[in-house]
Write a protein that binds this ligand. Structure first.
Ligand SMILES: [Cu+2]
Length: 141
């Protein structure tokens, strides 16, 4: 009986160690922010606008490049943060900038929209601790 418990706890410790080893660390002082547009800004409808990705105390590297303290940007549009222990989804509301881009051009339909940045590692996984910006709201008219 005790042997079974000991084996089970050993397995749990090994699983924990592998989970920790898989997580890509990020500097504790890393800051991600949207440089433009500003929170609450009104933007013209049917006209492309720039979105500037800001990052401090951490570097940008393309997807697939495993270099310490780097990652690539993901722009979340009209959605909440995805699960932070899984690969970041890739769809119309989760845009990956795997070439290491630090800005993009967006066209949004009229209405209220939210934008948020989330850094992902070379495998599109959020870092530990996760590095993400404040979620901003823009109004497209
Ligand atoms: Cu990605």
């Amino acid at each position: 009986m005790n042997k079974v418990i000991a084996l089970a706890s050993l397995a749990a410790i090994m699983w924990l160690n592998s989970a920790i080893a898989l997580a890509t660390p990020a500097p504790a002082d890393a800051i991600c922010y949207i440089g433009y547009p500003n929170d609450g800004q009104t933007l013209p409808a049917n006209k492309p606008f720039r979105v500037w990705f800001g990052l401090r105390n951490m570097g940008v590297a393309p997807k697939g490049v495993n270099f310490p303290n780097t990652g690539h940007h993901h722009l979340l549009i009209d959605t909440d943060l995805p699960p932070l222990d899984k690969e970041i989804p890739s769809d119309r509301s989760h845009l990956h900038f795997g070439a290491g881009e630090t800005e993009t051009t967006l066209v949004l339909p009229p209405g209220k929209h939210t934008l948020q940045l989330l850094m992902g590692d070379y495998m599109h996984m959020p870092h530990t601790p996760p590095v993400y910006s404040k979620k901003i709201t823009v109004y497209v008219k």
